[in-house]
Structures are given as structure tokens and as C-alpha cells.
Design a protein around this ligand. Structure first.
Ligand code: UDP
Length: 426
């Protein structure tokens, strides 16, 4: 082991702060999206880390170094930093192939703790790979562990044809996580039910949704957004935002657009710039767009940094989340924050963020005809959709602000690992 971490001042002893380790092996919270596999998890960890730091905590977010030129430590804000550990080759490795490098990640984490002298009240792990890392740390140091699944193998494997080699290991680790960590955070009541039905009846679960910076997404008016993006006021704009992944259901959205009688423009925002499975899915979707004769009305923008997303949400007449499976679905609440009408699949966490016919509309997944009818309704009934969108924004304000969500998660940390200033100062 030749990695060396600089000795870092121990913030919590100096400033009497509780220190928490967030672990996200494959979802680096400091990178901009656009890399293969980067999505909601990266943003969840980053926004939680920043919000906890604003609450006076010291937060270290551990991830795996994916390229030799990445810095080992990035200070995102006072009290919040990303720490990249060397575990396996410094290049992108798909999630399905990461398991063999996890022992090296655990070793690098323990070395960091030893060399820096940093101590933590607890670890909060994200996704099953980090969950496995957390269980090893929990058992060797006795640290409490909180876990967020982000995706559940038993559900995901029901939506894909060929199971990856790692499938059984993942299912076993997910069961261990649920049964053995101190608290699992489910991001919706639907996820909690699924965990009970598909993973285990044992273990503690608390439901705390994902949160967003609402002001950020509500910061632009529709008129200003359209001027900025050079979209004419009369254009009917349909928006998709997210990764290109078979389970996101972009194919169903494109097929629905092929059935529309009114003129429209379809914006597909997101996707990776590298050559992995996301790029393959983009190629597949481009071929479907071409077959349906929709090339002239479809724009593939590529990935847009989240700081530049608000005009896209604000400019759209409707944002569609056509997923076949979605544990939470940040895009839906981001669009709602921008007061844009949302149509989403009637699955998973989308059933929690959207109250059907009150704050948006839920449609059956994989059903292009149904989706097309819902989109057409947005165009012909704008007054109805204005009311839904206003109610949507109110729902986001009342439940999904990142500061309120971080406060609830902080409360769980305090229950699981009561912070003792005497212990930390000692
Ligand atoms: N996103 C982004 N730029 C893009 C496309 C997506 O910043 O070009 C963000 C989007 O704002 C959202 C996240 O990626 O916060 C996707 O999260 P979601 O929960 O919808 O899906 P996941 O990637 O977790 O499956």
C-alpha cells in the first residue's frame, strides 16, 4: 500500500463538531455529470454533505479515484470535502465489475483514518457496493452505519433480461445491509415496502425523501428561459432529463411522441460522453428517433451541468419521467420545483413525489399510447395543467427541500450515534 494521505487537522476536536463519513464508492460527489454511470446518487451525496456542513457538521465524502489526474482531496465548502481513495486501477470501472476492488477500498479507508487521525461518529453508505464496505468497517471499528440503497437489486433484475455475473452477490449483500446496519434510509414509502417484500423483514427502516435546492430550480421564468435557449414562445416543448439507461424508458417516450398529432419539439437532456452502456443506449434511441421520422423535432443536448439545468425545466411545457423502475426520481421534483407539469410512470418513488391528478399525472410504464394521450392533454388543457403544476411546486416546497431533508437525516445520525463533545474533545 503506497498511498499516503496528508495529515489533516482534526476539525471536530478543534471546533467541537460531529464528524460523519459518507461513502459512495462509485458515485463521486465532486464530479459534474456526463461521466458513465453518474447520476442521482452523486448529487444526493453532494447535496447531503453540503447541507450537513451548513448545519455545523464535518463531512468527509469517500469515493474511488477514477483517473490518475483527480485530486486526492477536494474541499467543496468549509466542513465538507471529497476524499478519493486508490482502490483498483485509476480508471472508470462499471459497477458490475467493482466488487473485487472493495477490499482495497476498505484498506485505503482504514489507512486514511490511521494517518490523518480523523475520527467519525458514524458512516453513511450509499448503494450496495458501499454498503459492503461499510459493513467491513462497522465490524472492524464498531462504527454505527446508516445506509441508503438508491437501487434495489431484486427490483432492478426484474426489469432486465440477462442478469450480470455479480447478481447473487449483490442480492446477498443487500440482505445483509438491511438486516445488519443501524438504520436504512428509504427515500419513499414505496421503497420501504419493496425492501420489506423483496429483501428482508428484519432491520430498521426510516423513510426520508431526497431533497433539492428548490430556489435553484425555481430561479428562471418561462419567458426568460425560452429567450436564453432560443425556443419560440409558440413551440410545444417536451422534456426528458437523465441518464440513458434501458430502465429509464426513453424508448416509450419517443414512441409516444411518434403518436402525437400536434407539432412539438422533444429535448432529451443528459447522457454520458464516454463509450460505455449509456452511449450504446443513446445510439439505440437515436435509431428509434430516426425510424419514427422524429429527427427534425428531437434535440439531444448531451449532459448539462446541474447549475445550467433550470432554464430547460422552466422552458418546457411538460417534463416526462418514463422510467420502468425508479427508487426516487430527482428529475420529477426538480421539474415540479420549476412549476413545470410532470407526467411520470406509475412506479416506485414517483408514486410518492407525484399525487396522481393533483400534482401531476402518473401513467402505466411501457405504454406509449397512454403516455401520448397524457402529453396531448397538456397541450389542449393548459389551464388544468397550470393548477397541477402549482400544486406540484407546493408539494416540493413542503416535503423535498434539501435543508429539511438533511435535518431529518441529521436527527437519525444523532439517534444512532449520539455525539458526545467530551468524547470528541478527548
Ligand atoms: N442531471 C444533470 N444533468 C444532466 C442530466 C441529469 O445534472 O444532463 C441530474 C438531474 O438534475 C438529477 C439527476 O441527474 O438530479 C438524476 O437523478 P434521478 O434520481 O432522476 O436519476 P438517477 O440518475 O439517480 O437514476
Amino acid at each position: 500500500m503506497d498511498q499516503f494521505y496528508p495529515v489533516i487537522p482534526i476539525y471536530q476536536t478543534a471546533q467541537n463538531k460531529p464528524a460523519y463519513a459518507l461513502i459512495s464508492v462509485h458515485g463521486d460527489p465532486s464530479i459534474e455529470l456526463g461521466r458513465e454511470g453518474a447520476g442521482g446518487q452523486n448529487l444526493y451525496v453532494r447535496s447531503l454533505g453540503l447541507a450537513l456542513a451548513r448545519r455545523g457538521c464535518q463531512v468527509d465524502m469517500f469515493t474511488r479515484r477514477e483517473s490518475p489526474d483527480q485530486e486526492a482531496i477536494v474541499e467543496l465548502a468549509p466542513g465538507c470535502r471529497t476524499i478519493r481513495l486508490d482502490a483498483g486501477p485509476a480508471r472508470f470501472i462499471p459497477r458490475t465489475e467493482l466488487f473485487e476492488y472493495l477490499p482495497a477500498f476498505v484498506e485505503a479507508w482504514l489507512l486514511f483514518v490511521q494517518q490523518s487521525g480523523q475520527t467519525y461518529e458514524l458512516i453513511h453508505t450509499n448503494y450496495w457496493l458501499s454498503g459492503w464496505v461499510g459493513l467491513q468497517i462497522k465490524f472492524s471499528l464498531g462504527l454505527p452505519q446508516v445506509h441508503t440503497f438508491h437501487s434495489i437489486g431484486a427490483v432492478k433484475y426484474g426489469t432486465i433480461g440477462t442478469l450480470p455475473f455479480i447478481a447473487q452477490t449483490r442480492l446477498n449483500v443487500e440482505q445483509q445491509c438491511l438486516e445488519q446496519v443501524d438504520c436504512v434510509i428509504a427515500t419513499s414509502p414505496q421503497e420501504a415496502i419493496t425492501l420489506r417484500q423483496a429483501v428482508s423483514r428484519k432491520g430498521q427502516i426510516r423513510v426520508i425523501p431526497c431533497g433539492i435546492n428548490i430556489q435553484h430550480f425555481a430561479s428562471v421564468s418561462k419567458t426568460a428561459a425560452r429567450q436564453l435557449l432560443q425556443i419560440k414562445p409558440e413551440t410545444r416543448m417536451i422534456l426528458y432529463v437523465g441518464r440513458f439507461d434501458g430502465r429509464k424508458g426513453i424508448e416509450t417516450l419517443v414512441a409516444a411522441c411518434g403518436k402525437l398529432l400536434q407539432p412539438f419539439q422533444l429535448y432529451l437532456v443528459g447522457g454520458s460522453r464516454s463509450h460505455g452502456s449509456d452511449a450504446q443506449e443513446q445510439q439505440r434511441i437515436r435509431a428509434i428517433v430516426k425510424d419514427l421520422g422524429l429527427e427534425a423535432v428531437t434535440t439531444f443536448t448531451g449532459p448539462i451541468p446541474q447549475k445550467h439545468l433550470p432554464p430547460y425545466y422552466a422552458a418546457a411545457d411538460v417534463c416526462v419521467v418514463p422510467s420502468y423502475y425508479e427508487p426516487f426520481g430527482l428529475v420529477a421534483i426538480e421539474a415540479m420545483a420549476a412549476k413545470t407539469p410532470v407526467i411520470a410512470s406509475d412506479v416506485g418513488g414517483l408514486q410518492y413525489s407525484i399525487v396522481h391528478n393533483e400534482t401531476g399525472v402518473l401513467v402505466p410504464p411501457r405504454n406509449a399510447a397512454h403516455l401520448a394521450a397524457a402529453i396531448a392533454d397538456v397541450f389542449v388543457n393548459p389551464e388544468r395543467w397550470k393548477i397541477l403544476a402549482e400544486a406540484g411546486q407546493q408539494r416540493v416546497q413542503s416535503r423535498f427541500s434539501v435543508s429539511a431533508v438533511a435535518a431529518q437525516i441529521h436527527q437519525i445520525y444523532q439517534c444512532v450515534a449520539p455525539f458526545s463533545s467530551i468524547r470528541s474533545a478527548g
